[in-house]
Design a protein around this ligand. Structure first.
Ligand code: PHB
Length: 410
């Protein structure tokens, strides 16, 4: 009997080999020649979208939030576009597990013949899937993963979420202008954390601020208390934090609160992942006063956000809890797919799809967004927000904004 790991390896190899066999057949016959995959796609009554994310394990919320955003879009705009029905195939990476994400992507393009690969909460999973998108010539829409470099890994990638340098750099400026002189940085020790640390440091030190310590915590099972004690002992004016949204912000904030850092006069500044709207009520009052920079707040006051929140609730029910930035990126990703399909009249041609995606603009629930045709990354407003109580609920209340922010990491 084969060991499960060998079985997995065999399955991966099989999917990989299939992909190699299929790749030449895909070779851009968008002319509708009978028997080619593009002709099959054109004749298909559905548009197939493979949604790859973690739906179980420590990052299970990511998949659920993205799926919630996809459902909200279909709720608000209907399940057909250009006469074709949208079919969503969800796949759980159990992440962060890049090998699983890659295998799932291979299966989705080879066996299920999806038209789009979407989702990707975690950077290592997005990076693992990038070569599959290139080889299969399948547009890949990133709905969260936020390390700057990701879009450079395949010409078929478009990012609808954010990058960490995009949101962390404005915080460096804000801190300089708000009396913060000495900062300890604390970031998750992988792509987005390292990006956040570098971008914050660049902007903050350029304006005269000083980084007195730079702490990196493991992505898997971080134990925050020793790090938090170190921050207390260093006694900076503030700690700048990036940890991935989900369970880690709750654990960090608990430790910060228990060790009395706020009482010691140490402020928290962070990217909005820390005060993510989905988990903010779980963190509770220790979050009050935390200032973050980010691209989406549930409290954003606009008709587009009101429509999104209404559709989110109708599609997912109150038990799903509040929407967050990942749901919005998924909602906007669906808007981009609908735009492509309307313009291609329901046909599928990856290169034409990319040309359309590169010029995509929208009034998103977060504010105006555009895809930069040069980098395929998103350009958007970054808001400075402070956690406050609104009608008895904790909210990220917007204070000021930086308009048309590009990823400064490229
Ligand atoms: C990422 O892995 O790129 C990532 C994960 C969670 C976040 C932001 C970025 O909140």
């Amino acid at each position: 009997m084969l060991h499960p790991a060998m079985l997995r390896a065999t399955a991966t190899l099989a999917a990989g080999a299939l992909l190699l066999v299929l790749a030449p057949a895909c070779d851009k016959k968008s002319d509708g020649t009978a028997g080619t995959p593009s002709a099959e796609r054109a004749a298909s009554p559905t548009i197939k979208i493979g949604l790859i994310a973690s739906f179980s394990g420590p990052f299970a919320d990511m998949g659920k939030q993205m799926q919630g955003g996809v459902k909200a879009y279909l709720q608000a705009h209907g399940e057909t576009v250009a006469g074709k029905r949208i079919e969503i195939l969800t796949r759980d990476t159990t992440g962060p597990v890049p090998e699983v994400a890659k295998r799932l992507a291979q299966e989705l393009v080879v066996r299920d013949k999806v038209d789009f690969l979407v989702g990707f909460g975690l950077t290592p999973e997005a990076l693992a899937v990038a070569p599959v998108a290139t080889e299969a010539r399948t547009p890949m829409i990133i709905m969260n993963a936020a390390t700057s470099i990701i879009t450079t890994r395949s010409p078929y990638i478009v990012r609808m979420s954010m990058t960490l340098p995009q949101v962390a750099s404005p915080m460096g400026d804000w801190a300089n202008k708000n009396g913060i002189k000495k900062v300890v940085t604390l970031v998750a020790d992988y792509g987005p954390g390292i990006d956040a640390e570098a971008a914050f440091k660049k902007a903050f030190t350029a304006g005269g601020g000083e980084i007195v310590d730079a702490l990196r915590v493991p992505l898997k099972n971080p134990e925050f208390s020793a790090f938090v004690q170190k921050i207390k002992d260093t006694h900076p004016d503030a700690v700048f934090v990036f940890v991935p949204a989900g369970e880690q912000p709750i654990a960090f904030m608990k430790s910060f609160h228990e060790r009395g850092l706020a009482e010691a006069g140490i402020k928290i500044i962070a990217t909005g992942d820390l005060t993510d709207d989905h988990t903010l009520q779980t963190i509770g009052d220790p979050a009050l006063g935390v200032v973050t920079t980010f691209h989406y707040s549930l409290a954003h006051d606009s008709p587009e956000n009101a429509a999104f929140l209404k559709a989110y609730l109708a599609a997912n029910g109150a038990e799903a809890g509040p929407a967050n930035f990942m749901s919005v990126a998924a909602y906007d990703g669906m808007a981009a797919i609908f735009d492509v399909e309307r313009k291609l009249n329901g046909a599928m041609d990856a290169d034409k799809a990319l040309a359309i995606l590169k010029g995509f603009t929208a009034q998103s629930p977060r504010g105006p967004i555009a895809i930069d045709p040069e980098t395929r990354d998103i350009v958007q407003t970054v808001y400075v927000r402070r956690v406050d109580k609104v009608g008895g609920e904790l909210r990220n209340v917007e204070l000021s904004q930086f308009a048309n922010v590009k990823d400064p990491g490229k």
